[in-house]
Design a protein around this ligand. Sequence first.
Ligand SMILES: Cc1ncc(COP(=O)(O)O)c(C=O)c1O
Length: 354
Amino acid sequence: MPLFVPGSSAEEIAVRYRLERVINLSSNESPMGASPKVREAVTAMADRLHRYPHDGAPRLRQVLARQLGVWPEEILVTNGSTEAIQILVDTYAIPGCEAVLPQHSFVAYARACRVAEVAVAYAAMKDHAIDLDAVAAAITPMTRFVFLANPNNPTGTVLDRHKLRDFLRNLRSNVIVVLDEAYREYAGHAVEDGLTLRLHHPRMVLLRTFSKVYGLASLRIGYAVGPPDLIGHKNSMRDPFNTNALAQAAAEAAVLDQEFMHQVVVWNAKARGQLQRMLRSIGLTPVPSRANFVLVPIARPAGPVVEAMARRGVMVGSGTSSGLPEALRISVGLDDENRFAVRMLKEVLEEIKP
Ligand SMILES: Cc1ncc(COP(=O)(O)O)c(C=O)c1O
């Protein structure tokens, strides 16, 4: 089973290979950073560092509830959305239960299941996209969880809204569906809003994060939206101060600056298109992506290519941990970063033949 191995930092790579500049395109972070309003909010917290954070992030939950049109009791704020994944599985796993995961998806789902000793069934994918028929076919009477990321990591593909609605309607009502929308903002109208989809299944939990489009990856803050009883039970399982005060303040400021968020989405769509065109120009066929990264099949093992790229000062992701050992996952960087990365990739692929 693949394990979630957080990548080395750019600083480590710089020291390891004696590089002056390292471009990190391996973790799907936002090169646009956070809103200037977030900076103000974080700075304003500087003289309050001796105080514990607000337990349960009540203010942030109020702000989110207003924005999303849900009750604060339906929201659980967590230390990154990965914490929400683990709490959910820990809270609701029962002996002998199973989880269904798409074959190539975010590695934290399998990790959470492994920690909670939940058996995993993988559903085959079609053309790098989640195949909901295969997911439905993998469900057994013991299935307790289904994980779906929309857009999916590492493929960047999205689920067809009609198929997703039908899938949810036909699902046994006590199966918990985790719909992970970490990249949803980037996909715009190409994805159905998970909040509306909740109407079609009673046990659905949405996951969202501030790590991606809002540019707060280092602060570790995300949230889950779900039925109040399910969220309330999960809430009793978290650490009392699971999210810190800086993260709560930053997330609140980020949510309130939707204009900045939209600017990032528009910028990303343009930069992603350019990156895909450049990859095609060197003979590659990136998987069409709606996220802030692209999956690129390279027809040779990714490991040595990732290593050779790092030596040249470009960190890219490997598909290996998600079961795609011959693919790279490249985050959308700034224009000059993308250009440099593609130039280096061309060089590396000429050196390391299939
Ligand atoms: C699909 C998906 N969900 C969740 C996360 C994790 O987000 P967080 O930083 O909130 O833990 C990621 C991060 O890469 C992701 O790709």
